[in-house]
Every structure is written in C-alpha cells, then in structure tokens.
Design a protein around this ligand. Structure first.
Ligand SMILES: C[S@@+](CC[C@H](N)C(=O)[O-])C[C@H]1O[C@@H](n2cnc3c(N)ncnc32)[C@H](O)[C@@H]1O
Length: 243
C-alpha cells in the first residue's frame, strides 16, 4: 500500500503570477493534484494565478462556495452550510492523499493570514503530513503599488476587518499609528465615518485589486462609490518622514 501524500498549502501571492515564491512555483509544477476554492461561475482567483505555473496534466479539485451573495457570518444557517462545505472539501482532498498523491492546496496571498485554506488545513493537518508555503500578502502588494511605506521605527500597525462595529473601529484607529482595513465591501460608509472620527480620513488611501489586472489606487476622499468590491482595502500610512 502506498504512503499517504503530503498536503502542501501554497501561498499564491496577491495576483501577479510573478509574485509567487520560487518554492511555491516548484511545488505547483510537481504536484499531481491541485485543490482550490472558487465562487460560483468563476475560475477562482488562486487558480488563475496558478495558470502560468501548473503542469497541464494536473488533476483539479475545484470547490465551489455554496453562496453567491454574502450572508451574515453570524447567521447559524451560514455557519452550518459552510461547515458542511469544508467537511466535504476536506474529504475530497483526503481521498487524493490516501491514494498516495501530493496535493497543492492553493490560497490567495499568505495562507495563514485570513486564508480560506486554513479551513482545510485545520481539518487535515492533524492526520496528514503537511507543509505550508508562505505567500506575499495582498496588503503588502497594495502598499507597494500605492508607493506608501506603511510603518516606520516603532509605529504600531493595526490590521482591522471592516466588519467591526463603527465604535470598535474608531477606538482601534484612534490608538494606532498606521492601519490596514480589509473586507471593505459594504462596510465602506462605516469605515469612512470611523476614519473621520479618528482624524485619519485625509491620510487614507483606497486600493482595489492590488497587483492584479484592473488595479486602482485613489485617495479615500476622492472615492465616490458607496461600496467596494471584494479585493479592496484601505491603507493609513504611519508617521511618514519620521526615520
Ligand atoms: C479572506 S482575506 C484573504 C487575505 C489573503 N490571505 C492575504 O494574504 O492577503 C480577503 C481580503 O483581503 C484583502 N485583499 C487580499 N488581496 C488583495 C488585493 N490583491 N488587493 C486588494 N485587497 C486584497 C481584501 O480586503 C479582501 O477582502
């Protein structure tokens, strides 16, 4: 009987296929199976990045999210459906591993930084040999594209999900030197209000699709849309010029 394969959880970087590590590229080329998540009707962002690097004969495990629109994450129905989805996805990966195949599980940016791959890693990691390959995060690509050094010296950098309440966001923004606000989407108006209340609105920069086709960078004050797409974030640079 063959030994089980190894689960490689691979950081795919922010979007530009050139921003993949050499190690990630090597594992993609040598893996007989790749696994990835995708929204309904979409190829999947991580899969698109992989295109330039995979062996065309590779077997693909494509896991399509059960929802097309956002449902509040604290809705019990959402949690139950997602748990079931991740359980089934993990079973498919386990079948390939049990057959002795290595599996490269693709993840945008860095897998251990808000990465969706962690849901499978948590389920499979205790039972299978595994290795994780770090990736360049989306935020790193965004502040680089924006030409915005984010933190100097002893600046405190806070990474905040836009899903926090307005009061919580404002409080945390008041206590930081620099900030990255992720998961902007429908939280844009609330984030604007909190940034203004913390006195940071004028320093904030909006970055959409950092290091991807369609990249867009504007001062937050010049952004006119009421909501933002999934791949977007707001950056507040720290104490610039203090070195
Ligand atoms: C679930 S988190 C995944 C983070 C990812 N693992 C990473 O290392 O960047 C998704 C959020 O990351 C941000 N994001 C990730 N990549 C981005 C990019 N290239 N441009 C803009 N925002 C990005 C967005 O705020 C998005 O809502």
């Amino acid at each position: 009987m063959s030994h089980p394969g190894t689960l490689y959880t691979v950081g795919m970087g922010p979007g530009d296929p050139d921003l993949l590590t050499l190690k990630a590229a090597r594992i993609l080329r040598s893996s007989p199976v790749i696994a990835f998540f995708a929204k309904r009707g979409c190829t999947g962002h991580a899969r698109c990045i992989a295109d330039a690097h995979i062996n065309k004969a590779v077997a693909e495990l494509r896991f399509e999210y059960p929802f097309t629109t956002e449902i509040p994450h604290d809705d019990p129905q959402y949690r139950a459906a997602m748990d079931c989805f991740y359980d089934k996805s993990a079973e498919s990966v386990a079948t390939a591993l049990d057959a002795g195949q290595d599996v490269a599980l693709l993840c945008e940016g860095d897998p251990f930084f808000y990465g969706s791959a962690m849901y499978l890693f948590d389920r499979l990691g205790p039972s299978y040999r595994h290795k994780t390959i770090p990736g360049i995060t989306g935020m790193s690509a965004c502040w680089t594209s924006a030409g915005l050094p984010i933190a100097h010296g002893d600046d405190v950098l806070s990474i905040l999900p836009g899903t926090l309440s307005a009061d919580d966001l404002t409080e945390r923004l008041r206590r930081t030197d620099a900030a990255v606000i992720m998961k902007v989407g429908r939280n844009l108006a609330k984030i604007r209000t909190s940034l203004a209340a913390a006195g940071l609105g004028e320093r904030a920069v909006y970055v959409e699709r950092g290091a991807m086709a369609g990249e867009r960078i504007v001062a937050l004050r010049d952004l006119t849309e009421p909501t933002a797409p999934y791949f977007s974030m707001i950056l507040v640079p720290g104490r610039q010029g203090v070195r």
